[in-house]
Structures are given as C-alpha cells and as structure tokens.
Design a protein around this ligand. Sequence first.
Ligand code: NAD
Length: 479
Amino acid sequence: MEDAKHFIGGGWAAASGGETIAVIDPSDGETFAQIARGNAADIDSAVAAARAAFEGAWGQSSAAERGRVLYRLSMLVTACHEELAQIEARDTGKPLKQARADAAALARYFEFYAGAADKLHGETLPYQAGYTVLTIREPHGVTGHIVPWNYPMQIFGRSAGAALAAGNACVVKPAEDACLSVLRVAALAAEAGLPPGALNVVTGFGHEAGAALARHPGIDHISFTGSPETGKLVAQMAAENHVPVTLELGGKSPQIVFADADLDAALPTLVSAIVQNAGQTCSAGSRVLIERAAYEPLLERLAARFRELRVGPSRADLDCGPLINAKQQRRVWDFLSDAQHDGIPMAAQGEIAADAPESGFYQAPALLRDVPPGHRLAREEVFGPVLAALPFDDENEAVALANGTPYGLVASIWTRDGARQLRLARRVRSGQVFINNYGAGGGVELPFGGVGHSGHGREKGFEALYGFTVLKTIAIKHG
Ligand code: NAD
C-alpha cells in the first residue's frame, strides 16, 4: 500500500491537490500514517476510469468470469486475513478479535457474491398471444459507494462485492477516519485479476470527495452507509441527476424481552448486541425493553455483566476498544451528561483498563435504567456502548415502545411463546427481526436495511444484487 495515494484505474494515483489527512490511532490518539485528501478532480478521474472499465473489459466480461475474479479475491482476502485484521484494528481501534471477524466476513462477502454472479437472471412473462416478453437484469453502470468508519472492510465488501458481481464498475469513498483496509483490498482486487478501473478508491473528507461523488453526473447509482443527516444530503445531491440511492442510516434497535424468555440464553446476547464495536454499530441493540415481571431480576444480571466489561487499546483485545475519535467521544459524553442531568439512573458501568493511554478515546460501557420513552436516550442513536433499559407491561406497550422512534433497522424478540413470536415479528416496524437471537451472527446471506429514518434499499444477500441492477423488459411480437 502506498502512502497518501488513491487507487484509480488499477494503480496508485497521487492526489491532484497534493494535500493529505492524518490517520490517527484511536487507541492512543497518535498519528501513524497519512491518506490523500481527495477532491472533485480525483473523483472525476476515478469516475472516468470506472466508465472506461464498464464500457471495456469489465463490462464485457461474462457473469461466470466476474464470479471467478471475486472468488480469487475472496481467497486472497483469506490469505491476508491477519494483515487485514491488524490494519483494521489499528485504524478503527476495535479489538483484534473483532477485526479478525470482520476480515473473515469480508472474505465471505466476496465468496457469496462470487457464487451468486451467474445466478442472477430475469424472467419470461405471460402476455398476449403472439408475444414473448422477457426481463433482463442489467448493471447500473458506474456505482458510487460512500462507506463509514465503523466497519470499513465489511461495509465496503457487502456493497462493492454485490455491485461488482452484478457487473457494475465502482468508485468507493471510504471514511476519512478509517480507510486503510479498503485501500489494501483494492490492491488485492487488482491482484485477483479485476480489470483496471473496475474498482477505484478515492480517500478524503465527506464534504469534499464524498460530496463530489454524490453529485457527479457520471454516477448511475449511489450506496451510502452513515448518519441520517449525511444520508439526506447524499440523496439530495443524487436527486439532481435522478440517480437512485440505497441508504443505510443506523437505528435505535430494540431488544424486547418477555418474562417467559430463556434469560440465561438471552443475557450474553443482550450485552454483546450493544458493546460489540463499542456500540458503534448501525444495528446495535441499544434499547432493552423488559416485561415488568422480569425487569428487576434481569437488570440485576445485566448490571453484573456490565461491571465486568473491560475497555482498552485494540491490541489488548478486551470487550471494547476506544471510540473512533474525539468527536464521537464528545457525542457519547453529551448523551450521558444529559441523562445524568435528567436524573436517569446509571445501573452499572464497565471499566477502562488502567494501562489504556490517556490520549485514547475511551468510554466505559454504561447501562441506564428507567429511561423515559420520550428522552433522547430512548429515541436517538448514541453510537457508543450505552444501553437504555425500559420496562413494559404488555405486548401492546412493547410494540408501541419498539416502534416509538423514527428508526427501524433491527429488532429482537425474546419469548418462548411461538404465537407471540410471530405476532410481534409482524407488528414491529423494522427491516430485520430476530427471534431468540440477535443478528444471526452477521448472516451475509440475509437481506439487511431499514425503514423510516434507518434508510431504504437492501444490502446483503441476493436482494442486494437486485438493487445493483436495472430491470429491462423486452417484448417481442412474433405473431
Ligand atoms: P457521516 O454520515 O457524516 O459519514 C459517513 C460517510 O459519509 C463518510 O465516508 C463521510 O466521509 C461521508 N460524508 C460525510 N459528509 C458527506 C457529504 N456531505 N457528502 C458525501 N459524503 C459525506 O458520519 P460521521 O460524521 O462520521 O458520524 C456521525 C454519526 O453518524 C455517528 O455518531 C453515528 O451516529 C452515525 N454513523 C452511523 C453509521 C452507520 O453505520 N449507520 C456509521 C458511521 C456513523
């Protein structure tokens, strides 16, 4: 990987403005590398390279050939598993075990979409006598991918993996806070035989390189993962060119626990759903809604778990690493100080390891109880290791609380009552519902995305492939 360069047209390219951005290790706040500060001219070059690939070798490759390239890429990612995990852990601050899981998931994304590439097909439709009508799924062309800092490898893999499988050429703008793994994987893709220009990565700030990509007239589709505010801006910019967008914007996902649930099974999952990646997960289970009869006993057990949680540098591989940056740390502090000011009881907190550098962006996991449903802690995404507990008295109240935010990304329902499982799964407004589990271990195969302020469109699974294609109808009159 070359310092401070973009990856454009199959090789490293210097930033046209010559400026760089410092890469900071969240574990100690120190600068350890520089990335290129991309601008509109760099985005122009990347879009031109992608267009040439789409109209050239990549656009003309067969679905089976695309699948083979993606499969080789999956193998290369597996071969470089530890290297990628180390890069990701240092860049994002996440514990090494989490970064290793992310590297494995990245390989799996490419493997899944390698296998799916030549199984994407249209239909023949019954129509009037004398006609044959068929549909074909065509790639959009050049797709733009704006990636956040929380899971750079995974989110890049799920988005660009599906787009490439469907035959698009990609321009990726990873987050300024964490993009080193994405640059490394772009180089691996070239090694795997991806033609020059099929995958381009331009680094830089969102308001510069990101905005230039979102409003570029040469882009045919944009997929964005990040905050609702930026998602709205991206959709507005894309609308100037009538470009379709997929938005994945996070959530305030409820974990609903009934008194009849297997609480022993639920407990570790209720905790990991919020502390994974220090709570900086779009699908974090950041609210736990507990039936009144189980409220005190479960809170007691949750509190005991929270007190055991340890936070430290990525290399220490504890329960949580630091937050991504000082801005994110201030955001979490702001939520917690509001909670304290409003008298919301802190049920338990984890601990920051004594040897964690003072200059790192650490936050002890926090469990807050009796959070009023209207409080911002019960309604807004914190994006930190903060769990809000709320009691409920019956199913209707559980549903009202679960649906009581503008979001709808993920929900879990913990109960042994089969009829209730189905009733609630239908009533909860959410893109994914998990019964007696949370997240099904990531599930590359499972379509993922939100409703409401969580966004629209679906990533992952076969569904993502449909999103990266345009359906064309061909009607043939043959008499
Ligand atoms: P963000 O939404 O601003 O950034 C996400 C991506 O969008 C980055 O690549 C960024 O460079 C880019 N971007 C920013 N401004 C842009 C613009 N004007 N045009 C085009 N692209 C732009 O998120 P953030 O500021 O890094 O974090 C703020 C909050 O967003 C977090 O506290 C968290 O609540 C939320 N967030 C959610 C996710 C998620 O996975 N859903 C990921 C990251 C952050």
